[in-house]
Design a protein. Structure first.
Length: 161
């Protein structure tokens, strides 16, 4: 994970930075208070509050390190503004793509984002999913077969923004 690139939108990057700042400036201080209060209770060998505070501290510090690595290795992708529509546009990270499932003829729109921002229920599809991998670098009007799934299926690219 140390040298892996993380593809994120500017919004996703800003969220990572905000979470990091909150953990460093606020949560870390709260954990110190929790540890101090638990130590004040006396014997640490059988102190459940102290053990819980130490576990919380370990989780917070691990998340801080994880965020620092992601921020350091973040590669910000250009998001489509939804207004430009290039004639020869291809699906890429940051694209908003409308697809038609050729099996049931249902249309869906997705933003193609990096894996740490993925939220399929809200239309944000990771670039590492079988669907995204199948449509990347394809143009409007092309029919693409989605493989790497139990039952391969075909989708048609209706629009790219």
């Amino acid at each position: 994970m140390e040298n892996d690139k993380f593809y994120v939108t500017q919004e996703g990057y800003n969220d990572l930075v905000k979470e990091h700042e909150n953990l460093v400036q606020n949560v870390r201080q709260q954990v110190i208070v929790e540890l101090q209060e638990a130590r004040a209770q006396g014997d640490l060998s059988e102190n459940a509050d102290y053990d819980a505070a130490r576990d919380h501290q370990a989780q917070v510090e691990a998340r801080i390190r994880e965020l620092e690595t992601m921020i350091k290795n973040a590669e910000i992708i250009e998001e489509s503004d939804g207004k430009k529509k290039k004639k020869n546009a291809v699906v890429k990270l940051g694209s908003i793509v409308t697809l038609e499932d050729l099996q049931d003829h249902v249309e869906n729109a997705f933003s193609i984002v990096g894996s740490i921002e993925a939220d399929p229920l809200n239309g944000k599809l990771s670039n590492n999913t079988p669907l995204a991998e199948a449509i990347l670098d394809h143009k409007v009007g092309e029919t693409v077969t989605v493989t790497r799934v139990e039952e391969p299926y075909k989708v048609k690219i209706l629009s790219i923004k």
